[in-house]
Every structure is written in C-alpha cells, then in structure tokens.
Design a protein around this ligand. Structure first.
Ligand SMILES: Cc1cc2nc3c(=O)[nH]c(=O)nc-3n(C[C@H](O)[C@H](O)[C@H](O)COP(=O)(O)O)c2cc1C
Length: 423
C-alpha cells in the first residue's frame, strides 16, 4: 500500500460505526431475509418487508464478475436496488481475492448498509470456484478478505458462516472472523456437508454456544430451522441472538416474519391468490430489475407449492412459462386462474370450518407443526433422518374428522411432490 492509501484506509476506519452502533442506526432489525441466489432479489425483498422483514440480504453476487463484467452487473443489480424502499440492505459477495472483492464492494457501498462475505455456500459450484464454505480451512485468506473491506470500505463488512462439527473450532473460527473486522456475524447452524437430502436440522445449541462465548457487543444473527413466526421469538430467546435470519421459511411463506400478528392467519399464512397478486404487481413495478423478472417463475412455484398438486392444469401452464412471457400471459394463464380457484373455495358454505390452521403437539425440537389449508402459504419441510416433513406433520395429528380430510389432502400432495431449486 502507498502512504496515501494507508492514510485513506485509516481515515475510513476512524469514521466507521461499530457493529452495535450500525445495528442501532438501522433500527435494530430482528427479522432478516437471508441471502438467496436468484431468490432474494429486489421484488422479493420488497414483498418480504411488507410482511414483516426488517433487514434483507441480496443474493450472493460473484465479486470478480461483478467487478469486471458490465453485463453481470446489469443482470443482477439495478438502479432500484438499495434505493429508499430497499433499506436496510446488506449486499452479499462470494470471493477469494481481496482485490476483486474490494472493487466489487466499492461499486455498491453507497447503496447499502453493509457488505457481507459468503462463507457458507456448500454447493459444487462453490467448490469449483473456491469460495463460500470451501474457504473454511483458509483462515488467513478469510482474514485478509474481511480486513481489506473493513479498512477500505465506507460501510461495514459482515460475514455469514457455517459451523464445524467441533464446537471449539467453530468458536475460534467465529473469533477470527470478528477479529478481521466483521461487524455483524450470522451463524448458520449446519456444517458444510449438510446440504440437499442431507440438510437435516440446524444445530441451535452450537449457535447458542457461540453467542454465549463471543463478546457481548457482537451483533449476532442466528440462522436455521425457522418454519413459523413463533420460531423466530423462540430462536431469539433460546440463543440470545440479536436477530433471526430465514431463507426457506421466508421463500415458501413470506408471512413467516409477521411475528406481531400471529393470530391473523391472513398475515401469517397468507392466501396464495393474494400473495401471487401482490408479488406480481411488485415485479411489474420493478421493471428495471432484471433479476426480479428472472426469479419470478421460481417464486411462483414456491408460493404455490401446496396448491399446484391440487390444480395440475395451472401447474402445467406454469411449467411452460418463461421469463420472457408477456405480463398479460402471466396474468391470464397463472394469476387470474389462481384467483378464480381460491375465490371459488371461499364461496363454499363450510369454508370457515375448512380454512383452519391446526397446531400439533410440541415436538422434541421445541416447536409444533401446523396443518395449513393448501390455499395458504406454508413452510416446506426438509426430510429429517429420511422422514419427510409431511409425514412428520401427520404423525403429530390426532384423528378428528377434520384431520382425516387434511391427511388425504396432504398425502395427495406428497405423492405429487416435485423438488425444485435448492442452494
Ligand atoms: C434458494 C436458496 C438460495 C440460497 N442462496 C444463498 C446465498 O446466496 N448466500 C448464502 O449465504 N446462503 C444462501 N442460501 C442459504 C440460506 O441463506 C440459509 O443459510 C439456509 O437456507 C438456512 O436457512 P433456512 O433454514 O432458513 O433455510 C440459500 C438458500 C436457499 C434455500
């Protein structure tokens, strides 16, 4: 570094808020939209904020491509990203080279509240590209990446890590990340090998151990196992985290963040027709955001996951749609048909009886499964120890007539289930 560069870096450091000051400045958010490739783009963040999210992360962006390719930037970052309606915002990058990381981060530092380093991605593409969780053994490199941003960026640097099998090693790892300058730390309580069919449950006890052992002033976010709004407060209380981050819980049900309105099922398990309409409208309003348009089909599939097996004509139409289809086509082939179907359901005389959320018994993991009618957004359950979530829910129910009917619905749905994108 030249003397001038050192002086500039020192100056940037002196003007920086501490993690705690920054957390206070952005309103002490407690409900966070996780970074999700092709899924936590602008339109989705706007929808999620309306349903209770108080902080959002962008999808992981590839730092080298972002810094060097205009096309990549245009595809992934629009003039609307990070604007007034899209704050507070953390922009996440994956990287293995401090020069590229800093160059990329500089391009967004005026449009976000912090820049995050992805240290959790476990996918083959991350192994090949040498980033995400495949840096977990290279502590010097990680330290260098984080401290370069800490010293040279106007905004804070943060990091999202996975855990190791060994708690003490996880703690040393977290300490190293903080020592390098990370101002918020997100801990996803799974090890690198927990992905795809092997995802299983996140380990809240290890997350809690890290929270307890790290300095009190550390701004600490917990990630993993959130299915319902109640799980957010349960997680915060159990772990003592400042906030809880959700990925899949949020993707399948944006209402998961509505912690203040847990009695209002239209807020916590919104009707799929209403959410589809609202989200579609937001995407149309975000036309400058290519990423929002590209991600739309995948979001439709996730929002409609419980609904589509019951209405396979709409599912077939959705499967044939592509991002280039006109707004009118989306409206006529998907949005309106879903609205018509759900409207018909709500005209049935016994709808009050059918439109019930049922809470199961308390489970060993601390929360309870719910059965939710298929016309409402609801969580996707990952298999745990080879048992699918839907079967776990069914085991948990008592056999009232109502439940028997639901069982039939759920079994029909599971027999028809299709897996879609999982990162
Ligand atoms: C579709 C999808 C995309 C994801 N993309 C990213 C990403 O870009 N960056 C990242 O750090 N984690 C990513 N993740 C992981 C999540 O942020 C989160 O750590 C993980 O899903 C566990 O949280 P959950 O139990 O709430 O799903 C992704 C997860 C999903 C489901």
């Amino acid at each position: 570094m030249t003397d001038f560069a050192v002086a500039t870096a020192d100056n940037a450091l002196m003007q920086k808020l501490s993690g705690r000051q920054l957390f206070d400045k952005i309103g002490r958010p407690t409900r966070i939209v996780a970074p999700m490739v092709d899924q936590s783009e602008l339109a989705w963040r706007i929808l999620s904020r309306r349903y209770g999210a108080t902080l959002a992360y962008t999808p992981m962006l590839h730092a080298k491509l972002f810094a060097t390719s205009k096309k990549y930037r245009e595809d992934n970052w629009s003039p609307l990203d990070g604007s007034d309606g899209d704050r507070p915002l953390v922009v996440q990058f994956c990287a293995n080279d401090p020069v590229h990381l800093l160059a990329a981060a500089k391009l967004v530092e005026d449009k976000c509240d912090a820049v995050d380093l992805n240290l959790g991605c476990p996918q083959g593409i991350a192994k090949k590209g040498h980033y995400g969780s495949f840096l977990m053994e290279e502590w010097d490199l990680i330290h260098n990446l984080i401290s370069t941003l800490h010293k040279n960026l106007k905004v804070a640097v943060t990091a999202k890590i996975r855990i190791f099998d060994d708690r003490e090693k996880s703690l040393d790892y977290a300490k190293m990340v903080l020592d390098a300058g990370a101002q918020f730390l997100t801990v996803h309580g799974r090890v690198r090998e927990q992905k795809g069919q092997k995802t299983g449950m996140a380990d809240w006890e290890t997350i809690k151990y890290l929270r307890d052992e790290l300095p009190k002033e550390t701004v600490f976010f917990a990630n993993g196992n959130v299915l319902y709004p109640e799980d957010i407060s349960r997680c915060m209380e159990h772990i003592g985290a400042d906030a809880v981050m959700s990925a899949e819980g949020n993707l399948y049900n944006p209402g998961v963040f509505n912690v203040d309105k847990t009695e209002d099922k239209d807020k916590t398990f919104p009707r799929v027709d209403k959410i589809i309409r609202e989200y579609f409208q937001i995407v149309k309003e975000c036309q400058e955001s290519k990423a929002s348009r590209t991600a739309m089909k995948s979001h439709f599939f996730k929002i409609l996951r419980p609904f589509l097996p019951q209405h396979i004509d709409i599912r077939s139409e959705l499967a044939t749609m592509n991002a280039k289809a006109s707004w009118e086509e989306w409206e006529e082939k998907i949005v309106k048909p879903v609205e018509r179907v759900v409207q018909d359901i709500f005209e049935q005389p016994d709808i009050e009886l059918k439109d019930k959320i049922m809470v199961g018994e308390k489970q060993p993991w601390g929360g309870s499964y719910r059965t939710v009618p298929y016309w409402r957004c609801q969580p996707y359950f990952r298999p745990v120890n080879g048992v699918t979530g839907d079967k776990r829910v069914m085991q948990d129910l008592t056999d009232t007539d109502m439940n028997r009917k639901r069982k039939a619905d759920v079994l029909l749905e599971s027999s028809d289930k299709k897996k879609d994108v999982k990162v």
